[in-house]
Design a protein around this ligand. Structure first.
Ligand SMILES: Nc1ncnc2c1ncn2[C@@H]1O[C@H](COP(=O)(O)OP(=O)(O)O)[C@@H](O)[C@H]1O
Ligand SMILES: [Mg+2]
Length: 292
């Protein structure tokens, strides 16, 4: 085992054995500027100082954070990145779903072992939330409204901080109570300004960004913007990135140095068309800009 501390407790020991190598400890990053820099370098994320300062301030005052906003605006990745840098350990992600309850996240008894040895520490299986507490790592409770989890877990150690994410416009999801909302620091995620969205695409595509002309990227952003105003499924920066990556990918396969109108056109529908009700709209908007 690699950890320095001698662990006596059975459950703590299990946690160290199962999870310690997964969190890959490194030196924590606790300054706002440092976090912004590392988010860009390590996680390829563009995040404002203002947002990071709010999160850090919440952490320092022991409050959990709630990221709210539409899909593809970076809630999950930004949350994971900040928690990881802050703790100096990879954060735990709890991907919520309908059947996600507290047993699933804290721990439960192994049925066969419990039959043999009884309901003891030996037969207890620690889950990620308990592991994060013991290892002092961060926890991202992703899409909280999809689960029945509603407890506001309070920060205990320094590294153990909690970020929830939620899309308030998703009517298929459950509501968050006033009591829950009062206890968290709410931070809104919105679609970035054009300049920032272009920066995001540039950062994500790396060298391949050179395959895209100024004219094409402006058109991509125009399409995406129009869809945000008119379509049921609104594309996020995640879709902008996916579309540009697919278009440059197609261009390479076709032996081209630059992605042209056809590449963008052919890649568009596989990325932008997520709901059949939007079909006509997506075709007409994409054709308006990328008709060959
Ligand atoms: N601020 C950002 N910086 C870099 N990439 C971003 C940013 N916002 C969104 N993205 C893109 O979106 C993806 C992350 O979206 P995600 O965290 O899943 O969004 P959400 O959780 O809000 O649905 C990234 O892989 C990247 O392509
Ligand atoms: Mg998400």
């Amino acid at each position: 085992m690699q950890h320095k501390r001698e662990v006596e407790d059975v459950i703590e020991k299990k946690v160290y054995e199962t999870y310690y190598t997964i969190v890959e400890p490194f030196k924590p990053v606790r300054s706002v500027k440092g976090i912004v820099e590392q988010l860009r370098e390590k996680f390829k994320l563009i995040v404002s100082e203002k947002l990071v300062a709010l999160v850090v301030s919440a952490f320092l005052t022991g409050r959990p954070v709630l990221f709210e906003g539409p899909p593809g605006t970076g809630k999950t990745e930004v949350g994971y990145g900040i928690l990881t840098l802050w703790a100096g350990k990879k954060a735990f992600i709890l991907p919520c779903s309908e059947n996600y309850d507290e047993y699933r996240v804290i721990g439960d008894f192994h049925p066969l072992m419990a039959m043999k040895m009884g309901f003891t520490e030996e037969s207890f299986v620690p889950r990620p939330l308990l592991a994060a507490l013991i290892l002092d790592a961060g926890v991202l409770v992703d899409e909280i409204r999809r689960s029945s989890l509603r407890r506001v877990f309070k920060a205990k150690g320094e590294g153990f901080q909690v970020i929830f994410t939620s899309n308030p416009e998703d009517i298929a999801q459950g509501e968050l109570s006033d009591a829950f909302l009062r206890r968290v620091v709410r931070i809104k995620f919105t679609y970035p300004p054009e300049e920032v969205e272009k920066e995001i695409a540039k950062l994500r595509l790396g060298e391949d960004f050179k395959m895209i002309t100024e004219d094409s990227i402006s058109k991509v952003l125009a399409v995406v913007n129009e869809l945000r105003n008119k379509a049921l499924h609104k594309p996020g920066p995640a879709d902008t990135v996916a579309w540009t990556q697919m278009a440059t990918g197609l261009a390479k396969l076709r032996g081209k140095k630059k992605a042209d109108l056809k590449d963008f056109y052919d890649a568009a529908f596989s990325v932008l068309l997520k709901r059949s009700e939007d079909e006509d709209l997506v075709y007409s908007i994409v054709e308006k800009y990328f008709k060959r």
